[in-house]
Design a protein around this ligand. Structure first.
Ligand code: XMP
Length: 516
């Protein structure tokens, strides 16, 4: 793989994504990983990410300079570039001029990693520290007003660095630079694509599961469907899918899964109605992390019960189900604090929400993938568009879209409002433009309204349409006013108890996509 060493950057995952967009497999590793361990992973190239520290501050994360003499091409970005310069004897100091945002860079030598660059490039910068002097052996390729050395390289040693962020779209020639580094400087071929991922994962799944029985928790979303299809390809009939109706589903979801999934794949499906159980466990709970943990735990208990049923049905030859497949994605892992050094933003039900006494061994073939990669695999595996292009819906379902305690009445109300919003957005042809549109019930908030000359005192519904590339960051979608108006009118007319519809116009960050 290509390893991205994470110095605590907001953008480290983004670097990994961009490498994969260049059809090269990449993984993140924490900067605290010993260099011997990094090298033992046999990386074809290494990228050092940005980070919030300054190299000359006490306690600033560094890296064992051995990494620069291992004969592996290294690209340093922003802080990673400064670390490279610092460790190899260059001069790094507070910049006379900090540069934040769009910054023109003068390219003095359009060579090597900057091959074919125009004489000036628009770049995205975020630095208050600059490399004043490159280490010995390096050629300075570019400068900006605030960075005397904005890009440098030592071709003989395979070392490259840039002060700016090539991974963000605001650097128009950024992807080109990453691809030049990977393909030209490091000589890595572009092989990573949907079919190579499938081949790779199928082999891994076979090795992990052997000839044992395995179940897969299906949510109706693309992730678990693709995970199931991959496992089915690997171990065939050893797989049983379990679809849990936890009472927090949207309208028509159970039927949809039967229709889209079972018909398309022919995989054995067991549907379990566990709604009473989930709602009991959630009664009176309004704290989001507790909801998530309870839901995560209930899911596992339900899978355990389903597994016992499968065994008892199989009778004599019945062998215990050892493995549980989950459609966990890379961003779920990172945001649940599972990425090394990452903060726990929220416990995704299938990562941070798992009980400690989990008896299953997990099979998570998508754990290192992003959503767009999962969709590409789904298509390659022959899943229908209805599944592959379904908008994401979180495992905890409507449970984390009722702000306040969950009751049957509130669920029914939200389910209705959600169904109206979905219907109108689809009718307007916006399904693919919008990443997803959570519909949120502010159950404990009441406001005064007037309907049919009567005073009402009801709760608001919030619409949260967002556009995103991978759910790590998002912007609010500019849904046409007419569509919003149609949704608002229908919800207030058809959902008794809702007298206001509000639109959430916050990006992520600072908000998250879901309200809880
Ligand atoms: P946030 O709210 O963290 O959401 O910006 C990012 C994406 O993840 C989905 N999400 C979840 N999916 N289990 C899931 O399966 C969860 O616990 C969970 N929490 C959030 C959310 O819908 C969005 O697509």
């Amino acid at each position: 793989p290509v390893l991205v060493v994470d110095f605590g950057a907001q953008y480290a995952q983004l670097i990994a994504r961009r490498v994969r967009e260049a059809h090269v497999y990449s993984e993140l590793v924490p900067h605290s990983m010993p260099v011997d361990e990094i090298l033992a992973k046999d990386p074809k190239a290494i990228i050092l990410s940005g980070g919030p520290a300054s190299v000359f501050e006490p306690g600033a994360p560094g890296i064992d300079p051995k990494i620069f003499s291992a004969g592996i091409p290294v690209l340093g970005i922003c802080y990673g570039f400064q670390v490279m310069a610092h460790e190899l004897g260059g001069v790094v100091d507070r910049a006379a001029l900090g540069e934040y945002g769009k910054t023109p860079a003068s390219i003095d030598h359009a060579e090597g990693v900057l091959k074919d660059s125009p004489a000036e490039q628009s770049t995205w910068m975020s630095h208050g520290v600059a490399v004043e002097q490159a280490p010995e052996g390096f050629e300075v390729l570019a400068h900006t007003q605030g960075a005397p050395v904005a890009a440098m390289q030592d071709v003989a040693r395979g070392l490259y660095g840039v002060q700016w962020h090539p991974e963000v779209r605001h650097t128009p020639k950024g992807q080109e630079l990453i691809e030049t580094f990977l393909h030209d400087c490091a000589g890595i071929e572009a092989h990573w694509d949907a079919s190579s991922i499938i081949e790779d994962q199928v082999a891994k799944i076979k090795a992990q599961i052997g000839n044992h029985q395995v179940i897969c928790g299906l949510s109706g979303g693309v992730d678990s469907a693709v995970a199931a299809a991959l496992v089915h390809k690997a171990v065939g009939d050893q797989l049983t899918c379990v679809f849990v109706d936890h009472g927090l589903l949207r309208k028509g979801e159970v039927e949809q899964v039967r229709k889209d999934f079972v018909q398309a794949t022919g995989i054995r499906l067991v549907a379990v109605d566990a709604s009473a159980d989930f709602l009991d466990a959630l009664a009176g709970v309004s704290e989001p992390e507790r909801k998530r943990k309870i839901i995560g735990e209930r899911f596992i208990r339900t899978f355990e019960r389903a597994a016992r049923d499968i065994v008892s049905k199989a009778g004599e030859q019945g062998e215990e189900v050892r493995f549980l497949v989950q459609g966990t994605l890379y961003p779920d892992v990172v945001e649940s604090g599972g990425g090394d050094g990452a903060a726990n933003i929220k416990s995704h039900h299938n990562v941070g929400g798992l009980p400690e006494d989990l008896k299953f061994e997990l099979v998570e073939p998508l754990r290192t993938l992003f959503k767009d990669e999962v969709r590409a695999i789904g298509t390659e595996l022959g899943l229908p568009d209805e599944i592959v292009w379904r908008q994401p819906f979180p495992g905890p379902g409507l449970g984390i879209r009722i702000i306040g305690a969950i009751t049957q009445e509130r669920l029914d109300l939200l389910r209705e409002a959600d169904s109206i919003a979905r219907e109108e957005l689809s009718k307007a042809g916006l399904d693919r433009d919008i990443w997803q549109c959570p519909v949120v019930l502010l159950a404990d908030v009441h406001s005064v309204g007037v309907q049919g000359d009567e005073r009402t005192y009801g709760s608001p519904i919030v619409l949260r349409p967002v556009s995103s590339e991978d759910a790590m960051t998002a912007d609010w979608s500019r849904v046409p006013y007419d569509v919003l108006s149609a949704i608002s009118t229908r919800i207030t007319n058809e959902c008794r108890g809702i007298n206001r519809v509000a639109l959430d116009v916050t990006s992520k960050p600072p908000a998250t996509i879901e309200w809880e």
